[in-house]
Design a protein around this ligand. Structure first.
Ligand SMILES: Cc1cc2nc3c(=O)[nH]c(=O)nc-3n(C[C@H](O)[C@H](O)[C@H](O)COP(=O)(O)O)c2cc1C
Length: 255
């Protein structure tokens, strides 16, 4: 199974066997994570692989999802770091699925003050993972996701591949399944927006940007499968328009 195929069968796994995973498999996961190109070249990230005991030691609160392993991403605190972290973690989540391992994003964890991090780095999100207690694959085609009509506007006739990309973005996981992404598609461009929600507090607003990154992770994996080259751009003429319901994030130009 490759990452693209994994996308269609992946689901959140919240119950794990506490068995250890083979060291070579763990090394494979870390090598994969460390070799992923970031969405924005200039952002450096650092991953930490922790066990449940380490998590209890380093994070506040109790863990609703008990897993044998947790992959924590910390990153330089620069423009776009939340989107970039989501983008990387989703590809890791798909890699885990492809290797037969379940995973679950944990968005609400807070590290303790003395959690060791590089200077200037910030904690973003954790992915719990391990062997699932039950089947880790989604067997039904029925995703609980909004229909394409609700999240995408096609401004011109587009090729089948572009529609496949939108499907890939549509089925991405998001915090509380909120699916904040919106797409405007015009020829070979996908403009990506994030739904505004005036009632969300700071943490949840941050989570929306991680969600957008997660969605971009799916879009990138789909592009690679379809042999589409992608250029990530920020179109000033779009970002300067004030939209009532959505914030403009970025555009993907496809070749
Ligand atoms: C950024 C992010 C944060 C999440 N945080 C949590 C969490 O704290 N606890 C949890 O049980 N699930 C969490 N999830 C999982 C979502 O609830 C789940 O992806 C969504 O309900 C869709 O279900 P699916 O992944 O099975 O398709 C999170 C997902 C994302 C992308």
């Amino acid at each position: 199974m490759n990452l693209y195929e994994a996308m269609f069968v992946r689901k959140t796994v919240r119950k794990y066997k506490m068995d250890s995973i083979d060291q070579t498999v763990l090394e494979g996961i870390m090598n994969f994570a460390n070799s992923l190109p970031p969405l924005y070249q200039e952002i450096t990230v650092q991953y930490k692989l922790l066990k449940l005991d380490d998590m209890n030691h380093n994070f506040n609160g109790t863990f609703t999802v008990k897993a044998p392993y947790y992959l924590v991403i910390t990153t330089e605190d620069t423009q776009g770091f939340l989107i970039n972290a989501g983008f990387l973690m989703q590809q890791i989540s798909l890699y885990l699925t492809a290797k037969g391992l379940g995973s679950c994003y944990l968005g609400m964890l807070k590290p303790k003050k003395d959690f060791p991090m590089e200077p200037g780095f910030k904690y973003v999100i954790t992915l719990a993972f391990g062997e699932g207690e039950h089947d880790i694959y989604r067997t039904s085609e029925k995703y609980k996701r909004l229909p394409v009509e609700d999240i995408a506007v096609f401004k011109s006739e587009v090729k089948k591949n572009v529609k496949t990309m939108i499907q890939a973005g549509r089925i991405a996981p998001s915090s509380m399944n909120s699916q904040p992404w919106r797409f405007v598609v015009y020829d070979n461009r996908i403009h990506i927006f994030c739904k505004k929600n005036f009632f969300l507090n700071g943490v949840l607003n941050e989570m929306k940007l991680i969600d957008i990154g997660v969605c971009l992770g799916n879009l990138m994996v789909a592009a690679e499968e379809l042999w589409i080259d992608i250029k990530v751009t920020h179109m000033d003429n779009i970002s300067s328009i004030a939209f009532k319901k959505n914030d403009y994030i970025l555009s993907l130009k496809m070749y």
